[in-house]
Design a protein around this ligand. Structure first.
Ligand code: NDP
Length: 323
């Protein structure tokens, strides 16, 4: 089969398209013939070595396809099932061996491309808005990188709860997309002070929560934008890792809460995985959640896809399609 392999972490050229063997099934696993692969920012962290993986490895944490074989003890899933999954490494390939417990069936009416676009970023927006800081109607939330993959979904999920959203983006074109997704206020955070804008929007009180996936360049102002006892959900670092800081700052800025959540810890049980994926698929089918599939590349073009994502060129979701 064809797959992307990383031998030496580094730039996009570390993603080498090559011929390799289909993965062997371990107990509890299913072999998925991959139809669509979701690109996620974590793939960049794996490629660069910021989040180290044993080498060589095939990157990719999300895909959708058809089950082609199952290990004898993987009873919950059948050959021929249409499935999607997230948070198992190895998706940049024509076939992936995935623990059957991580697979969810794709409902009728949802394509493999939509499923691969919705699983990881959709469940992330779901856990952030329902569990990390459970939004209530009338709350104010800041959503950074609001026109990104997670960002557009976060806005929509916050709005269906009845919260107010201040989104941050780097360009006017992205501002339009975030507004169309439902954001009440937009700040071009590369030009304007989003902390001051968040204070203005809340009559000086500050926002209840900041969903911050940008990290280094936004962290301090995100803390500054919060109301007393507000929460900073720092769930990514697309601008680089946050420097160490003195926790006493959280008291000075209003007895704030800081958490660094990961989807892995919010899909700990089968029940939790099915709840989050089930809601995402149901809202998609009902037209309550809109996906924006920005672009599609072939598997062979993975390096170009990474360049576009890191270069802040993409909005919404990027997919890779194996031939
Ligand atoms: P995005 O589509 O959001 O792409 C990243 C965006 O970050 C860019 O489009 C850009 O938007 C913004 N950005 C700001 N500064 C930079 C910079 N210096 N370099 C590059 N981009 C920058 O990606 P995803 O939706 O895939 O992921 C968003 C974030 O969420 C990532 O940090 C990812 O790791 C994290 N994540 C965390 C999860 C978790 O459970 N903890 C799960 C899923 C994702 P703009 O141009 O508008 O600034």
């Amino acid at each position: 089969m064809k797959a992307i392999i990383v031998q030496h972490p580094g730039g996009p050229d570390a993603l080498v398209h090559t011929e390799t063997n289909k993965p062997d099934l371990k107990p509890g696993e299913a072999l998925v013939r991959v139809e669509a692969i979701g690109l996620n920012y974590i793939d960049v962290y794996h490629r660069t070595g910021l989040y180290p993986l044993p080498r060589p490895f095939t990157p990719g944490m999300e895909a959708a396809g058809v089950v082609e074989a199952v290990a004898p003890d993987a009873t919950a899933i059948n050959v021929g099932d249409r499935v999607a999954y997230a948070m198992t490494v190895g998706a940049y390939a024509e076939y992936a061996a995935v623990p059957a417990a991580k697979l969810v069936r794709i409902p009728e009416g949802v394509t493999a491309g939509q499923a691969a676009a919705a699983m990881l970023q959709g469940m992330t927006a779901h856990y952030l808005t329902t569990s990390t800081y459970a939004l209530k109607a009338g709350d104010w939330a800041v959503v950074h990188a609001a026109a990104g993959g997670v960002g557009l979904l976060l806005i929509q999920m916050a709005k269906r709860i009845g919260a107010h959203v201040l989104g941050t983006v780097s360009t006017e074109a992205k501002a339009e997309l975030a507004r169309a997704a439902g954001a009440d206020e937009i700040v071009l955070y590369t030009e304007e002070d989003f902390e001051a804008a968040a204070r203005r929007a809340t009559s000086g009180r500050g926002v209840n929560v900041v969903y911050d996936s940008v990290g280094q360049s936004t962290f301090m102002k995100s803390l500054g934008a919060l109301a007393p006892r507000g929460m900073l959900a720092l769930f990514g670092q697309s601008s680089g890792p946050v420097a160490p800081f003195d926790p006493a700052l959280l008291a000075q800025k209003g007895s704030l809460f800081l958490t660094r959540p990961s989807l892995a810890h919010y899909t700990l049980t089968r029940e939790e995985l099915e709840w989050r994926a089930g809601d995402v698929f149901a809202w998609l089918k009902a037209g309550e959640l809109k996906l924006r599939i920005d672009r599609t590349y072939s598997l062979e073009e993975a390096a170009a896809a990474h360049r576009a994502l890191e270069g802040r060129e993409t909005t919404g979701k990027v997919l890779l399609i194996p031939q």
